[in-house]
Design a protein around this ligand. Structure first.
Ligand code: SF4
Length: 323
């Protein structure tokens, strides 16, 4: 059990997108990207969120930061409800809650130098004097491993790794406490991924940051995260501390995901679990357990009754009728 203070909490959070009104404009269809998610992220914790593409991970991260309007449910930051606060109130929380996106090139303004991009949040929030802002930008660029000469460049003149360092410097400049990291290294060359991951780990440790770290790469999550949640079709199916999740996965979907991680030692054989069937559409999710049409252990009960996320020990929660 984590005894640190809860920094970010969601309670029954939902984000549904209206995608069709039908020809009569009377029938509504909703894409249930995030459907009833309750989690707690503690101070100084790296909370990993994994799952297949399209399962709603990124939407969940954006909804916490209110980059998407919330359909239902609650979000708390440091004990304060932020799900219903005004845009003006939310502006203050934006300093404390930041996001690093997958594609650093798309995150940076191509017409601004790196220096200008890193400084932009200080200008927007009118923080400090001109000298203080310039000093802070220099310090932050130095912290993430960028030279002052690189500050004069434009995004297209830098490598992917340097661009992501610039994005990280811009993210840190307002001294946030919580960062949603949405696949922050998946667009980078393999050779520089570990450098950026090490930088993120160092930042977390030295600045006591909390991350929601979204990734489809379980090796990266295993390296970086303390706690891991597994998401399937808009819902959390398992949450555990890293050791429990990787050593003793309980949900059949988690077991299948883990069985696909490559083992560096060619002499060690792992039984790969191949899931049958396609991922169902979140527009029309299956009844009962949303995984039942792909689960090798599904029973009649599974297609009728949705399993609740149950606590099986201090470090582990799972949503499966078999547990
Ligand atoms: Fe499989 Fe049933 Fe468990 Fe869902 S509830 S994961 S279908 S055994």
């Amino acid at each position: 059990m984590n005894n640190e203070k809860v920094l970010v909490e969601t309670r029954n959070l939902k984000k549904h997108f209206l995608v069709s009104r039908g020809l009569s404009k009377k029938s509504f269809k909703y894409l249930k990207a995030v459907d009833d998610i309750s989690i707690q992220i503690h101070e100084g914790e790296i909370f990993g969120l994994v799952g297949e593409s399209g399962c709603g991970k990124s939407t969940f991260g954006r909804t916490i930061l209110r980059l998407h309007p919330i359909t239902a449910g609650e979000v708390y930051y440091d004990g304060q409800a932020i799900h219903d606060c005004s845009k003006v109130q939310m502006r203050e929380y934006r300093k404390k809650m930041q996001m690093v996106f997958q594609d650093p090139y798309a995150s940076l303004n191509p017409r601004m130098t790196i220096y200008e991009s890193v400084k932009a949040p200080l200008d927007v929030f009118n923080t400090g004097s001109k000298e203080e802002r310039n000093r802070k930008v220099r310090e932050m660029m130095d912290y993430v491993g960028l030279s002052s000469g690189q500050g004069l460049k434009y995004p297209h003149e830098m490598s992917g790794g340097q661009r992501q360092r610039a994005v990280i410097a811009r993210t840190l400049i307002l001294e946030p406490q919580f960062i949603v990291c949405d696949e922050p290294v998946s667009a980078l060359d393999v050779s520089i991924r570990s450098q950026v991951l090490n930088l993120m780990k160092k930042m977390q440790r030295e600045l006591n940051l909390s991350y929601l770290f979204i990734s489809h790469d379980l090796s990266v999550v295993r390296y970086l995260c303390n706690t891991v949640a597994v998401m399937y079709l808009g819902q959390i199916v398992e949450i555990a501390d890293k050791t429990n999740l990787f050593e003793d996965p309980r949900h059949p979907y988690t077991k299948a995901l883990l069985s696909a991680i490559p083992i560096p030692d060619a002499r060690v054989k792992r039984n790969r679990i191949i899931l049958e069937g396609d991922v169902p559409s979140p527009l029309n999710p299956p009844s009962g357990c949303r995984f039942h049409n792909r689960c090798p252990y599904a029973t009649e009960q599974c297609s009728m009754e949705m399993p609740k996320l149950r606590t099986i020990n201090d470090y582990h929660q799972v949503a499966c009728h078999l547990e």
